[in-house]
Design a protein around this ligand. Structure first.
Ligand code: PGA
Ligand code: ZN
Length: 407
């Protein structure tokens, strides 16, 4: 592959913050990528380069100057070679010199270009590059937003309805359940705002109430279950977890999760403890092995996000010590498609599950939908239905399904 032009600019994400969009051309082909941004970021994530005022001017300059000069006119035998070149050009461990946002915008646009040049769909190119069998991911629809995504109106960050099946069957069920949930919430409070990820942001008096409400939805819609992203690093202060005005030790929080799993149809729990509280992750994962749940003998997944940050080395450690049994994968936590794929492969080597994920500050880029399909992910987190940029991911999943059926 030989790149002819590289051009980056600033666009707005769903929070109205600036983010980077890059267009690459090669021959008569052109491809664009824009990069999302997290709010509950893990401290071990790759470096998102921002100006002092929060802008992305320096990241854009890095693409338009240094990266463009290095790439244009150079021949790459493969897209892996191009990503390796970007990693080497930056030269730092966490992409802090050029910025992971700058680098990833080029890496994703290049992946799109290579699929176009091969005349195959993006998801198919991803499946080939990863060595995976593509399949429809379960929908992880973030129906109730809390934590930093909703001014801590609720302590936990994401209350998710998981819907099994192909997207064309799962999506209408998810939409109906989402609307129903809105009606139920409005019977308690007529003014329910929306959170950062396009889900409802209500308040509740107890920790259990949102689970009781979601369990009533699950009972109504077969093939659904509940997932939780506690994003517990955000709740961890001075060695304890602050939940609805009460302080919980790690032991007390572990006991609370046990009670949740016993009482409610839980599918997975993400980031249940602070990102550095490794032994607590291990205790929960061991506890949930072979745990009898309302879902029957099914194992409740313990998912690493801030813990593992899509970093193959951190994932390998987490798998070795059985800290988790599933991994959240977000390309901008690591900064190239190549390393994101390595992270997926590392997870699969340990026979664990992958959930591909958007970020809380999103753009209309739908790469994550193709990625989830291509790697045959267990699930995809793409948010609630209250935001256009989340709906676009679901629309893309539907389109992919049609593409896959007609091939
Ligand atoms: P973030 O949240 O994009 O704000 O990090 C998503 C998540 O924690 O899964
Ligand atoms: Zn998370």
């Amino acid at each position: 592959m030989r790149i002819n032009t590289v051009l980056a600019r600033s666009i707005s994400d769903t929070r109205g913050y600036p983010t980077i969009e890059t267009i690459l051309t090669a021959g008569s082909f052109s491809a664009t990528a824009s990069i999302p941004s997290g709010k509950s970021t893990g401290t071990h994530e790759a470096f998102e380069l921002r100006d002092a005022d929060g802008g992305v001017t320096r990241a854009i300059e890095n693409v338009n100057d240094e990266i463009a000069h290095a790439l244009v006119g150079r021949d790459f035998d493969s897209i892996d070679e191009l990503d390796a070149f970007l990693i080497q050009l930056d030269g730092t461990k966490n992409k802090s010199r050029l910025g992971a946002n700058a680098i990833l915008s080029v890496s994703i646009a290049a992946m799109r270009l290579s699929a176009l040049m091969e005349n195959i769909p993006l998801w198919d190119a991803i499946a080939k590059r990863t060595g995976t069998t593509q399949q429809a991911p379960r929908l992880y629809v973030n129906v109730i937003n809390g934590g930093v995504h909703a001014d801590f109106r609720l302590p936990f960050q994401e209350y998710i309805l998981v819907v099994e099946g192909n997207t064309n069957e799962a999506l209408p069920i998810a939409h109906e359940a989402f609307t129903k949930l809105g009606e139920l919430l409005r019977t308690h409070d007529t003014d329910v705002p929306m959170g950062d990820e396009g889900g409802y942001a209500p308040t509740f008096d107890t920790l259990e109430q949102p689970f009781e409400l979601l369990a009533s939805l699950v009972a109504e819609y077969p093939g659904t279950s509940i997932a939780l992203d506690a994003a517990a690093s955000e709740l961890f202060h001075n060695g304890a977890y602050q939940l609805l005005g009460k302080s919980y030790s790690a032991d007390e929080l572990l006991a609370f999760y046990r009670e949740l799993v016993e009482r409610f149809p839980l599918h997975s729990i993400e980031d249940p403890f602070d990102e550095d509280s490794v032994t607590d992750f291990i205790r929960l994962t061991a506890m949930l092995e072979d745990f009898s749940t309302p879902l029957g003998a099914k194992k409740v997944l313990v998912v690493g996000d801030d813990l593992t940050v899509t970093n193959p080395v951190r994932i390998s450690q987490a798998m070795k010590y059985k800290e988790i049994n599933a991994v959240l994968i977000k390309p901008n936590q690591i900064g190239t498609v190549r390393e994101t794929i390595l992270a997926v492969q590392e997870t699969y080597t340990a026979d664990c599950k992958v959930i591909a994920s958007h970020r809380s500050g999103e753009t209309d880029d739908t790469f994550i939908a193709d990625f989830a399909r291509g790697i045959g992910a267990h699930g995809i987190k793409a948010g609630g239905f209250g935001q256009k940029e989340r709906l676009e991911k679901y629309d893309r999943l539907l389109a992919i399904e049609r593409e896959a059926e007609t091939r």
